[in-house]
Ligand binder design. Structure first.
Ligand code: ZN
Length: 298
C-alpha cells in the first residue's frame, strides 16, 4: 500500500477517535516546540501526504512527518501495543484512547498562526487563569475592541482581550450567557461584556486542575454545546449546530434556539437574489453567509 494511503487512513482513525475529546496525557520526547495543555481538546486532524497535523483548541498544532517505517497507531486504553514502547515518539491519551506515533522522523509543535494572537499585534490582555487578573479590564478591552465589525466569538479568542480562553470555553461561555456567536462586538453592551468575562473566568478556574472539563454539570459529558452538534440543547430543546467560523475556520458549537442575545440581522442586499428570498431569522442569515462564503470565484 502506498505510504500516503496508510497515512490518510491513520489520520481518519485519529480524527474519529480524538476530535472533540480532551487529552489527559501528552508525551513527546525530543520534540521541538510547546506542548498542548492537558485538558485541551483535539479540534482537527489533517493529513497532507507524509505529514499529519493535529490542532488542539489551545492553538497548538502538532506536526509529525512519517517516514517509511513510522506511523500513528490508535489503541484502546489497556490494549497491547503492536510496536515496542521505546520506539514511541508521541503518546496522546484521552479517556478512551491512546494514540501513539512510532518512529516518526519529525515531531514539532507550533502555535497556530493567528495575527490576533501574535504578541506583536498588541499588548496581551490579563490571563484569566491568574486569580489576580483584572476582569474589569478584560471586559473593557472587549467592549472597546478595536475591530467593531468583528464577531463577539472572534473577539473573545483575541489574546489582547484576555488570555487563557480556549475554543471549548468560548463555545460554552457564549451558550451560558445566551449570546449569539455572530453578534457584532460593537453591539454587545458593557454589562454583557462583563458577564462574558466573569463567566469565562469562572469556568476556566473551576476546571484548571481537572483533566476533564465540566461547564454544565447537568449535561452528560459535562459540556453544554461543545462536541454536541446534532443533539438537543438542554435549555431549549433546539438542535445544536456546528459551524466553522472565522479565517482559521475554528469549530463553533452553538444553539440557534437560545443563543439569541445581541442577535445580528443580515445586511440587506436587494441585489442578491438569494438574500431577497430569505427571511431575517438568524439561521437564514447564517445560511446566506455560508453560501456567500463558499460561492465559487467565477
Ligand atoms: Zn438552546
Amino acid at each position: 500500500m502506498p505510504e500516503g494511503d496508510a497515512n490518510y487512513r491513520a489520520a481518519a482513525e485519529l480524527r474519529t477517535a480524538l476530535v472533540g475529546k480532551t487529552i489527559s496525557r501528552f508525551d513527546a520526547s525530543g520534540m521541538d516546540g510547546p506542548s498542548p495543555q492537558l485538558g485541551s481538546a483535539v479540534e482537527s486532524v489533517v493529513c497532507h501526504g507524509k505529514h499529519i497535523e493535529m490542532l488542539f483548541d489551545d492553538g497548538i498544532v502538532l506536526h509529525t512527518q512519517t517516514g517509511f517505517r513510522g506511523g500513528w497507531h490508535l489503541y484502546h486504553r489497556g490494549q497491547k501495543w503492536r510496536t515496542r514502547r521505546h520506539l514511541a515518539r508521541v503518546i496522546i491519551e484521552t479517556e478512551e484512547w491512546v494514540a501513539v506515533a512510532f518512529r516518526v522522523p519529525l515531531v514539532e509543535t507550533y502555535r497556530e498562526f493567528d495575527q490576533t494572537r501574535h504578541p506583536r499585534a498588541g499588548r496581551r490582555g490579563p490571563d484569566l487563569t491568574n486569580l489576580e487578573a483584572d476582569l474589569h479590564e478584560c471586559a473593557s478591552r472587549l467592549f472597546h475592541y478595536d475591530k467593531p465589525n468583528a464577531t463577539i466569538a472572534d473577539a473573545m479568542l483575541d489574546s489582547r482581550v484576555m488570555g487563557g480562553i480556549t475554543n471549548v470555553y468560548r463555545c460554552e461561555v457564549l451558550w451560558s450567557c445566551g449570546i449569539h456567536p455572530w453578534a457584532k462586538v460593537s453591539e454587545v453592551p458593557q454589562s454583557t461584556c462583563l458577564d462574558l468575562v466573569l463567566t469565562s473566568a469562572a469556568q476556566l478556574r473551576a476546571n484548571q486542575y481537572s483533566p476533564v472539563r465540566v461547564t454544565a454539570p447537568d449535561v452528560p459529558g459535562g459540556l453544554a454545546v461543545y462536541g454536541r452538534n446534532g443533539q438537543k440543547c438542554v435549555r431549549c430543546g433546539d438542535v445544536i449546530r456546528l459551524t466553522k467560523m472565522g479565517e482559521l475556520a475554528r469549530l463553533l458549537y452553538w444553539c440557534p434556539g437560545c443563543q439569541v442575545g445581541c442577535e445580528p440581522y443580515p445586511v440587506r442586499d436587494d441585489s442578491d437574489p438569494i438574500a431577497r428570498t430569505m427571511d431575517s431569522h438568524p439561521a437564514g442569515s447564517q445560511f446566506i453567509g455560508d453560501i456567500l462564503r463558499h460561492r465559487p470565484a467565477s
